[in-house]
Design a protein around this ligand. Structure first.
Ligand code: C2E
Ligand code: MG
Ligand code: MG
Ligand code: MG
Length: 280
């Protein structure tokens, strides 16, 4: 770094530091503090089986509950966590907390629910994801078969052999793997076949304009058919209307998430949704 270049270089570096680099540093240290002080929280969005209409799973989505700013969306801090390396400890906390919550719901007598956890590309490539997941399962007692990890296409595109090996080792723990935001990357059918995947999540960008975009309807239908022909389950993200759901049902899509059912909500509210469904 600049330090190795001597005193002058160090000063030069400081003076030339851009506003955005300074902002990032501030955000970085605030993120570390937030994690240490327990200001991170997971919200959960229902995943619904289209055939039965039942809630069968929960996607865990992280929020930063800042005492001054309130809830901060992951889009504002996950990218910084990724480049700064905070994604290591943050990702570890997220997997641990999701498994703890999943196990709590079991102990509270809720029907079987899978818990899906997002894994960012760097977390997948650079941290001990297998070891961290194995410890979380062991420490919480949450069954591996109820855990799903969501990985994006971009994480699979780089260093393919290593990616495939990591996925095999995760699968060997007994959990399921989903490809998140499917259709936005560059994976081909042939490429996908080489990875041990269980679920395709159709990106919400393809769902948004249904039923007005013939292209998006064709793409979504093709992803469902392709996924099924490969023995995968297919989930549609970002379903907001009854029309979108009707289209997906007609095409045989397995499950969905979206505001049509519920926004992501705190754990207690999620449990209440499941109980209300059980009752009625
Ligand atoms: P994602 O995993 O694809 O999550 C879906 C995003 O779409 C969530 O935004 C969710 O709140 C939102 N969403 C759900 N239903 C609808 C809908 O019907 N309409 C619309 N317009 N949006 C909907 P959120 O929570 O802000 O998360 C954004 C992204 O941040 C996630 O995309 C994921 O890539 C990342 N992320 C969230 N939580 C985590 C986490 O715990 N770890 C990591 N590594 N990344 C996370
Ligand atoms: Mg996701
Ligand atoms: Mg997604
Ligand atoms: Mg996304």
């Amino acid at each position: 770094g600049a330090k190795a270049l001597g005193r002058g270089a160090w000063c030069f570096y400081t003076e030339e530091m851009t506003q955005s680099a300074r902002d990032r540093l501030t955000l970085e240290s605030r993120l570390r503090l937030a994690l240490a002080h327990g200001h991170m929280v997971l919200h959960y969005q229902p995943q619904i089986d289209i055939a039965t209409g039942r809630i069968v799973g929960a996607e865990a989505l992280v929020r930063w509950n800042d005492p001054e700013e309130g809830l901060i969306a992951p889009g504002r801090f996950i990218p910084v966590a990724e480049v700064s390396g905070i994604i290591g400890p943050l990702g570890e906390w997220i997997i641990g907390e999701a498994c703890r919550q999943g196990q709590r719901w079991r102990e509270e007598g809720l029907p079987a629910l899978t818990v899906a956890v997002n894994v960012s590309p760097r977390q997948f490539q650079l941290t001990d994801l297998v070891g961290c997941t194995a410890s979380a399962l062991q420490e919480t007692g949450f069954p591996a078969a109820m855990l799903e990890l969501e990985i994006t296409e971009s994480a699979l595109a780089e260093r393919e052999d290593e990616a495939r090996q990591t996925m095999r080792r995760l699968r060997d723990l007994g959990l399921r793997l989903a490809v998140d935001d499917f259709g936005t990357g560059y994976s081909s059918l042939a490429q996908l076949k080489r990875f041990p995947i269980d679920v395709l999540k159709i990106d919400q960008g393809f769902i948004r304009d249904i039923p007005h975009s013939a292209d998006d309807m064709a793409i979504s239908a093709a992803i469902i058919a392709m996924g099924h022909s490969m023995g995968l389950k297919v989930l549609a993200e970002g379903v907001e209307t009854a029309e979108q759901l009707a289209f997906l049902r007609e095409r045989g899509c397995d499950s969905f998430q979206g505001y049509h059912c519920s926004r992501p909500v705190p754990a207690a509210a999620f449990a209440a949704l499941v109980r209300a469904q059980q009752a009625g």
